[in-house]
Ligand binder design. Sequence first.
Ligand code: HEC
Length: 186
Amino acid sequence: MDSDTFNWLAMAVLSALLLVFGMPVAVEVFGGGHAKHSAKAGYKLPDAVASASHGSAKPAKKGFEFKKVAALFGEAKAESGKAVFKKCMSCHTVNEGGKNGQGPNLYDIVGRERGSVAGFKYSKAMAAKGGKWDYATLAEFAYKPKAWLKGTKMAFAGMKKEKDLANLMAYLQSLSANPKPLPAAE
Ligand code: HEC
């Protein structure tokens, strides 16, 4: 056997050995062993990243979160809410006993039964919804009407800014002889 053949054979044997005995080591290093190692090293994935990589929890910043609106109630002003309400005024009156327009009158809306204004023809979805409006549901409805109530006939894209929503709630609060307190932020 010349030295070239010997080298080749030696390589072949070594490779085979590596394959047989090396595999569990490779698995240990790159697979299961990895997590153990990370844990020991005290490395922790941020929760959002960890859960996103497992495809479970929803992405952190998407959709409506009432607590972000409620956090701004301390500085919310009915006057500023009146200004953002301009977007709603083409369809809604706010005075007591005011006429229904394209949408129902909104006097005393906080705590009012949903879909309850006499003489207004609500969508089937709103008529069937039931329950009473509170600040959380009013804000969520204004944020994206069609997401909160599928089938609503309120043709309004939505008010997306938390600050606008907080001011809007302060304004809706003021439309009453007996204003309901805004909930405290968590
Ligand atoms: C293009 C017209 C239009 C605009 C703009 C509009 N709305 Fe409406 N709104 C409606 C209609 C129509 C309904 C009835 C919805 C249904 O029956 O599904 C409604 C229903 C409502 C209700 C439920 C009332 C009840 O009696 O249960 C609230 C609260 C409301 N709107 C608030 C607002 C606010 C706040 C804005 C502005 C951010 C706004 N709307 C903008 C047309 C409009």
